[in-house]
Ligand binder design. Structure first.
Ligand SMILES: [Zn+2]
Length: 212
């Protein structure tokens, strides 16, 4: 880059710092920044705005990670601050802030991989359950500006709280919400006409569920 005001030596130093674990980065970065001119600092700030995303740096191989899987679209790494041991993050290689920015194919692929990883966690870590979780937006608990699909293995008494108490809601409110939302997701509904139910089957169902 010809308009890069940093010297080659400074770029090298910066890359070395970026490859360190986060704690060491925080230790070494301030001292390095003090050696820069205001112009150089301004340049770095701009760079950060565009490419300072830690997960993009991981994708580019500029930050270390414990990679579990990768292809041309996604990368799966171990979370270095896991909710439980074996917590995996699946992320798109292309920078996207929220899942709504990904196309249908990318979304389908990332969830396919997340699902395979969940099965792997069952098999290899003897997980008793898994949570597949996405936080879209800060209000939803998103802390990094890059889509992450969390695949969290669950173990009995692991102490992790991902539960909520269902609220009381009136039927009119549900009806109102239904009217606001139904038929509006922008996907053509395709419901295959069901074959007429054979009476015999109905009787059998009643036998199995006498309370109905
Ligand atoms: Zn990113």
């Amino acid at each position: 880059m010809s308009d890069n005001p940093l010297t080659e030596e400074q770029v090298k130093q910066l890359n070395e710092i970026a490859s360190l674990p986060q704690e060491q980065q925080q230790e070494k970065l301030p001292a390095f920044l003090k050696t820069l001119s205001p112009e150089q600092l301004e340049f770095l700030k701009k760079q950060q705005g565009q490419g300072g995303c830690p997960f993009c740096l991981i994708v580019e191989g500029k930050l270390q990670s414990k990679t579990i899987y990768q292809d041309d679209k996604v990368l799966a790494v171990l979370d270095i601050r896991p909710a439980t041991a074996g917590h995996v993050l699946v992320l798109p290689k292309k920078h996207c802030s929220v899942m709504g920015q990904m196309n249908d194919e990318e979304v389908a692929h990332i969830f396919m991989i997340a699902n395979k990883l969940a099965s792997l966690l069952f098999e290899t870590l003897q997980a008793e359950g898994t949570n597949i979780f996405v936080a879209n937006g800060q209000t939803a608990g998103q802390t990094v500006d890059h889509v992450l699909v969390h695949v969290i293995p669950r173990f009995k008494d692991d102490g992790l709280q991902l539960t909520w108490t269902g609220q009381e809601v009136e039927d009119a409110k549900l009806e109102d919400l239904k009217n606001k939302l139904s038929g509006k997701i922008g996907v053509k509904e395709q419901v295959v006409e069901e074959a007429p139910v054979i009476e015999e089957k109905e009787e059998k169902a009643e036998e199995r569920f006498p309370d109905f």
